[in-house]
Write a protein that binds this ligand. Sequence first.
Ligand code: PLP
Length: 455
Amino acid sequence: MSVSTLAADQSVCAPLPVLGRDVTVPLVTGGEVAYAALDYAASAPALQRVWDDVAAYAPYYGSVHRGAGYLSQLSTDLFENARRTVAEFLGCREGDQVVFTRSTTDSLNLLADALPADCQVFVFETEHHASLLPWRNARVTYLDAPRSPHQAVETLERALADRDPHGPALVCVTGASNVTGELWPVRELAAAAHAHGARIVLDAAQLAPHHPVSVADLDVDWVAFSGHKLYAPFGSGVLAGRADWLRAAEPYLAGGGASRKVSRREDGGVDVEWHDSAARHEAGSPNVIGAYAVASACRALTEAGFDTLVAREQHLVRTVREGLSDVPQVRFLSLFGDDAPRVGVLSFVVEGWNSSHFAAALSAEYGIGVRDGLFCAHPLLRTLLGSDPQAQGECGSPEAAPGEKSLNAIRVSFGAGTPDEHVERFVRAVRELVTDGAKWNYRTEDGRCVPDTSA
Ligand SMILES: Cc1ncc(COP(=O)(O)O)c(C=O)c1O
């Protein structure tokens, strides 16, 4: 679909302004081109609105919760208001806590630290490592990759039915896969978890930037996401949800801000009273700019309206799928089938190509930034590729011979700030590379495939 037909389609809005939209990059073949940032799933560009809000606040920056001055009071108010804005954005329940963290990884590690004793954790092997790995102090059951949303619910139900019904249990599930973009049946998984007396945390790192997330409607106990994937790359993430486990746990970090009262004991030791609020897990000086930026992004996305954002993104997904549907060498990766609902995240392999080589050519010859590799989801890639995945292959000449299994994949991802032209250029570039091959030679340097400029 072209820009003109897009304009005629009233349901598809224009991209939201993001930083970097005017940046040009050099091409190895000569000249410059506007950079097409198609790696939103790794990190999305800042919304212009977020940047402007942060710039407007920056002169008023002050310490949070630890200053008597006017700007400290102002910054404290903004920080606490940011918490309320995030709670509203996530449709939190009365009594839920919003803890500001550094990222989704940080949020899930915090929750892992707050698990009650003898907690059993259930997690699908298909998860991003941030969801798969933090549960080191729990008894973890890894669930096999399901091949449909229905099978995901069945698999979880079966595993939960076998568990000790008296002990605490937690299910950790992603809302949208960072590899396939596929949406997971979160509501149904939450219902299954609760029916068996377990709790559930939603990894919304890839869902929240693309879809409305309501803790109350989905009936999940916690949700985690990262500011830098939500157009607010200022170092903040969020863990929001039930207060009880968080209150009962030792603070994630010990230090100022988390402690209400500290006193010396007669025996020379120290007694500490920790806060019961979210501050319990936010020791140290809070990242007020990060929290403010996240709140600004939440407001911007809400005002833009998820209905129109989703419609635009689905239009871009269709542009990729339909634009490459007649290129048999391109195989999209999916667990639930090609037509399963997904966000703007698509991974694929190209027959006859090493993925690192292909991604390097997209960058060097077309100014398109995608990601190649295993996307911090090694077990899932193993299932999807049917091979033992390896982070890098040698580049240079195309290696995966026709019929051979790929060792890694290419991921293209986009969102609210992506213009049509970027996705259209991507489709054109993939078609040209498949048909004509790369115009340049490439070599491996420090484990990356790069254009060979030595000749
Ligand atoms: C589904 C998912 N969960 C968690 C993470 C970890 O996010 P972060 O690196 O911001 O901690 C990612 C990052 O790509 C992700 O895609």
